[in-house]
Design a protein around this ligand. Structure first.
Ligand code: UTP
Length: 299
């Protein structure tokens, strides 16, 4: 059995960077090519062997629940039309593991969103995935991280090298290399200036956490706007437990910003068997000198 069974998806944020698209629909439901962004994350968790998905929702997020639910009307219409391919795709979505929903009544931060899952997660290690961070990889990023967890039995956070000039948008680790791609974290700094950044290794939206993180989240003081930060809880946990960072293999797209979302859309479309070729031809005709191949890192 997988050592990690549960995946938490905090999805209760306001998505202000994506207004007006997110005024009346959840950011997590924006379609990347033709699939809502959160489905990519749920599929990554399922492909990594996790079968219990916990989605933290809030006001205005009902579409997420409907998406992963069975749609009898839709299925019967597709069956009548004899559209077997679409029917099996629609059924596959509602078969993606067992999904639990819990509401975060107020958007009091990512840390708070994780804290509300405490009773559902219980006393076992679990994964947290931020679906905005889309990771394209041969071996799913979470699967790679589970292998690190299984070797060290400690919390593992995913990190990526970020050019200094962009580092101030991230949580950054102060760490020592242990082996290829694995670091032992000494400290974490949230959004440092390039001069103050302890490294160029930034934390991205994949975590494997030991259940003690809940004690940490319950103890840390809310920061600005009353928000409870996951980084603060990780710093608290560091005083009691070893935490590792893992530089994953794959390409990450920050689909929480408009530019990152556009880059991800283009590259995922180019990789598609059905439309990739034609879309690539279209792009080449449109801007021959600026076309990038899908293997060029996103972000
Ligand atoms: P972000 O910082 O991306 O915030 O949250 P956001 O609200 O989604 O987007 P912007 O910044 O307003 O554009 C990181 C993750 O944490 C979740 C978000 O849904 C996102 O997946 N989150 C954030 C919560 O679940 N609850 C919160 O109170 C805050």
């Amino acid at each position: 059995m997988n050592s990690i069974r549960k995946a938490v998806f905090p999805a209760a944020g306001m998505g202000t960077r994506f207004l007006p698209a997110t005024k009346a629909q959840p950011k997590e439901m924006l379609p990347l090519v033709d699939k809502p962004i959160i489905q990519y994350g749920v599929e990554e968790a399922v492909e990594s062997g996790l079968d219990q998905i916990i989605i933290v929702t809030g006001r205005g997020k009902r579409a997420i629940e409907d998406h992963f639910d069975i749609s009898f009307e839709l299925e019967s219409i597709l069956a009548k039309k004899g559209d077997e391919d679409t029917l099996s795709e629609v059924r596959r979505i509602s078969d993606l593991g067992t999904i639990y929903y819990i509401r975060q009544k107020e958007p009091l931060g990512l840390g708070h969103a994780v804290l509300v899952t405490r009773d559902l997660v219980g006393d076992e290690p679990f994964a947290v995935l931020l679906s905005d961070d889309l990771i394209y990889a041969d071996v799913p990023c979470l699967r790679q991280m589970i292998e690190v967890y299984e070797r060290y039995q400690c919390s593992v956070v995913a990190v990526e090298r970020i050019p200094r000039e962009r580092i101030s948008g991230y949580g950054v680790i102060d760490a020592r290399p242990i082996e290829d791609r694995i670091y032992r974290i000494d400290d974490l700094v949230e959004k440092p200036t390039p001069e103050k950044a302890p490294s160029d290794l930034a934390v991205v939206g994949r975590y494997i956490l030991t259940p003690e993180i809940f004690d940490a989240l319950a103890k840390v003081k809310p920061g600005k706007g009353g928000e409870i930060q996951l980084t603060d809880a990780l710093r608290w946990l560091l005083k009691h437990q070893v935490i590792y960072a893992y530089e994953f293999e794959g390409t990450r797209y920050d689909a929480g910003t408009t530019l990152g979302f556009l880059k991800a859309s283009v590259e995922y479309a180019l990789r598609r068997e059905d439309i990739g070729q034609e879309f690539g031809d279209y792009l080449r005709n449109l801007a021959p000198s600026t076309h990038q191949s899908p293997d060029t890192p996103g972000d």
